[in-house]
Design a protein around this ligand. Structure first.
Ligand SMILES: Cc1cc2nc3c(=O)[nH]c(=O)nc-3n(C[C@H](O)[C@H](O)[C@H](O)COP(=O)(O)OP(=O)(O)OC[C@H]3O[C@@H](n4cnc5c(N)ncnc54)[C@H](O)[C@@H]3O)c2cc1C
Length: 396
């Protein structure tokens, strides 16, 4: 039976790591074991398919971390429409990817709030403004046109025609940690994998699976039935994955379906471009070779500034320089907020990013509508704000 795919509401995830699978089941670094159910929230357009017509919008926000999400809200209050793009398959940036279950204590008015809970609340808060949500795609190209508008293109070919660009890219894109080893340049990269898009490719093959977390263990279990052999290589004997997965892998090892090795990868061996094995050095510095023809590397994700580094923005130590009036970069119409920016006194707190988003929204409005009069309206009392928030008649 084909698995039914669950689409988690609003593109957020409640638990780790299943929802990451849900939004991109075919390209996930983890196998799908359970049948799940579709729940699609039509208020959000997730993974909007490519079309030849560029998507017109007031602002493209690069990065759907907490600060990028709040930027949607601040733009919405000023009647500006936003499209959010993130290279990860789920929203929430560092909060969702690195510490979803940890409590945060310095969000105003929340004495304590879980990191994922904060993201869920931000998603709820921005709902009235219905942003386009384009996940699992990295922004690769951007260009300022003569008319002052911007063309932004993602790795999936989605193109935007935007009045302004807001970079809320945090630490940059999270990319898979790459295998580095002597001799790897002689191996055709087609034999080194960082995700599984077609498990059938590994049928009858001798696999080297690298890692000790959930992805490595899950794929070991999943591919054990179809691979000729699996060698699971981790730097130490203890795995970081779920206890049930560890137990199953140990059971597979006990019946000889999986062979476990410990140590660091020192060298790759190639035969006419084909991988033939990896040299491992164990904790006692003994070297040995694990033979295999396909390597699957599941060493987690690491942040990388990626293409943004080449956009000719003024940078200081890989951070984007901005003013503190509207958080505009060295390119007029391009703003940078949150962990990605730098200015005198910058502190990388979520609450600093929220403040930056509020002022950047006014900067965006001024850039797109230079003649429009700007004034501050309170959400408590302004009928215009109530209309935009969809709470007309509800305020007391
Ligand atoms: C363990 C830990 C605990 C923390 N605790 C706290 C705390 O208690 N209080 C606090 O205030 N802060 C805390 N922080 C810091 C806080 O998480 C960050 O300040 C915050 O996440 C920054 O938000 P952001 O939206 O700017 O960036 P991020 O959360 O980094 O999100 C940026 C998003 O941009 C995406 N992206 C990047 N480049 C591209 C691209 N080219 N194309 C598409 N998408 C892209 C990334 O995938 C990412 O999802 C903590 C951080 C860690 C790691």
């Amino acid at each position: 039976m084909a698995p039914i795919v669950l689409f988690e509401a609003q593109g957020t995830r409640k638990t780790r790591p299943t929802p990451a699978l849900l939004l991109a089941p075919c390209s996930s670094s983890r196998p799908l074991h359970i049948p799940v159910i579709i729940r699609f929230d039509s208020n959000f357009v997730a993974n909007v398919p490519n079309s030849n017509t560029p998507i017109q919008t007031d602002a493209v926000i690069i990065g759907a971390g907490p600060v990028g999400l709040f930027q949607v809200f601040e733009l919405g209050l000023l009647d500006l429409k936003a499209e959010l793009i993130d290279s990860l398959p789920q929203v929430g940036g560092q909060c969702a990817e690195l510490y979803p279950e940890k409590p945060i204590y310095d969000i105003p008015a929340y004495p304590i709030i879980g990191a994922q809970e904060l993201i869920d609340k931000l998603m709820e808060q921005i709902k009235p403004f219905n942003p386009g949500l384009h996940l699992g795609q990295q922004v690769e190209r951007f260009e300022k046109r003569d008319d002052g508008r911007f063309t932004v293109v993602t790795s999936k070919g989605t193109e935007f025609d935007a009045g302004a660009v807001i970079i809320a890219a945090g630490l940059g894109s999270f990319l898979p940690r790459r295998l580095k080893a002597k001799g790897l340049e002689l191996v055709d990269p087609a034999h080194i994998h960082y995700k599984v898009t077609d498990r059938e490719r590994f049928r009858g093959k001798r696999l080297l699976i690298l890692g000790g977390g959930d992805s490595a263990l899950d794929w070991t279990m999943d591919l054990a039935d179809i691979a000729e052999s699996i060698t699971l290589i981790h730097r130490r004997a203890e795995y970081r994955g779920a206890p049930a997965s560890v137990a199953r892998v140990k059971a597979l090892a006990a019946v000889g379906k999986v062979s476990e090795r410990q140590g660091l990868i020192m060298q790759a061996f190639a035969n006419n471009g084909h991988l033939s094995g990896l040299e491992i050095m164990d904790l006692e510095r003994n070297k040995s070779v694990a033979e295999g023809e396909e390597a699957l590397v599941f060493w987690g994700l690491a942040p990388d500034l990626g293409p943004i580094a080449n956009w000719e923005l003024a940078l200081e130590k890989k951070q984007i320089e901005v003013d503190t009036e509207k958080f505009q970069t060295s390119i007029e119409g391009v703003f940078a907020i949150g962990d990605i920016n730098t200015y005198p006194g910058k502190k990388k707190f979520i609450l600093s990013g929220f403040h930056e988003a509020a002022l950047a929204a006014f900067g965006v409005q001024k850039y797109i509508h230079p003649d429009k009069r700007q004034f501050v309206q309170y959400t408590t009392t302004s009928p215009i704000m109530h209309k935009r928030l969809g709470v007309e008649g509800k305020a007391g």
